[in-house]
Ligand binder design. Structure first.
Ligand code: SAH
Length: 357
């Protein structure tokens, strides 16, 4: 039997059973056969089209603070990076971003930031309420790191309905190699569990090609995704940032990221799966490749252009100068080239969409 047929069999099994043995996952993760990979992307597209048609959901990303108490070895806004120029947006600036986004057709706003002590529960509750009051039809997603369960509850009660907290890696020893001792894998996992229990649509995810990541780590990530069944999975290549301890490490690749997007689509057929900015940074066609491999979400930047450069998690990040409107036009063209189309709606996960009607 030819190699091609062996890969096709594995891919069919993954599509039908949403599962493979460890050895089979390892084979797929190591696949470099172009026909095999094309078949994988094709099946991922078919599953994506079955659940979402041609629709691409967009989320307006608002990077509202780059102050951070954490010191993650990979991240450009880590506490010890003295070269980072710190900023935080005011409520008015954030509402202006939302207003611009609303006009452009965004119905989800993602508030992302470092773990900034200025944003107490009280301040965040006020902010979320202000956004929901002005844009009641919009969903609010938070991506603000680890907090107490009680805090997550207050933010949910204020109207935030989704939360992105990448697990970064599901291998504890690997997690510890990417973070200082004051951060813990167990606490990150506890936070994800708390978010789930509260009722958020939860997103997790990992960097692809982070230092120390091999097939064994990716296998653990896939097993974790299978067990946790997140509503969203955010993955992107690791890209070194010049002022971090991992500055000299090699970046992850677009090829591996795209392969993982397709595998994740087959593993979690209804999941919300962004083609991320990091993927568009490592490869100018990265986001289009992601959309052609099962991704169904884009998260363009709505942050004011005056602060964009300061939210430098990694080097050479794209879309630094463009106003939001230009970004959307550029993205619409890119999406059209894939045969898909951007839609104006909240883009909830299918099981949550029914509840919010
Ligand atoms: N403080 C929030 C938001 C983090 S920024 C939180 O902890 O969730 C969002 C994501 O960017 C991170 O979860 C990480 O996966 C990714 N990221 C950070 N540095 C990166 C780098 N150098 N290359 C690629 N992705 C990176």
């Amino acid at each position: 039997m030819s190699m091609q047929n062996d890969y096709q069999k594995l891919i069919n099994k993954l599509e039908q059973e949403q599962d493979l043995s460890d050895a089979e996952f390892a084979t797929l993760l190591a696949c470099h056969d172009e026909d095999g990979l094309e078949y994988l992307r094709q099946r991922a597209r078919a599953v994506r089209e079955k659940h979402f048609g041609q629709d691409v959901y967009i989320r307006g990303l608002i990077e509202f603070t780059n102050y951070c108490r954490n010191n993650c070895y990979y991240c450009g806004i880590r506490r010890e990076n003295d070269h980072a120029q710190r900023y935080r947006l005011t409520t008015e600036e954030i509402l202006n971003c939302c207003e611009t986004g609303w006009q452009l057709g965004f119905r989800t706003f993602v508030l992302q930031g470092g773990e900034d002590a200025y944003f107490t529960d009280e301040r965040l509750v006020d902010l979320i309420r202000a956004i929901k009051k002005r844009f009641p039809e919009c969903a609010v997603t938070l991506s603000i790191g680890e907090r107490e369960k009680d805090s997550y509850e207050q933010l949910f009660a204020a109207g935030a309905e989704r939360f992105l907290l990448r697990h970064e890696t599901a291998d504890k020893a690997h997690y510890e190699s990417l973070h200082p001792a004051e951060m813990s894998y167990t606490h990150r996992m506890k936070c994800l569990q708390a978010l789930r229990e509260i009722g958020y649509q939860v997103g997790c995810g990992m960097m692809v090609g982070s230092p120390g990541q091999a097939s064994a780590q990716l296998l653990q990530d896939l097993r974790f995704l299978q067990k946790f069944q997140p509503e969203m999975v955010g993955i992107g290549p690791f890209i070194p940032q010049h002022d971090t301890p991992l500055a000299d490490q090699p970046a992850g690749t677009a090829a591996m990221t795209v392969k993982l997007l397709a595998i994740i689509r087959l593993l979690l057929p209804q999941v919300l799966l962004p083609a991320t900015t990091a993927l568009g940074t490592i490869d100018p066609q990265g986001r289009e490749k992601g959309l052609r491999a099962g991704a169904n979400v884009l998260m363009p930047n709505l942050s004011p252009t005056t602060v964009r450069r300061k939210y430098a998690l990694y080097d050479n990040k794209i879309c630094m100068g463009e106003e939001a409107a230009e970004c959307v036009n550029c993205l619409a063209r890119r999406v059209a080239s894939t045969g898909y189309q951007i839609v104006t709606n909240r883009g909830d996960h299918p099981t949550f969409a029914k509840r919010s009607q």
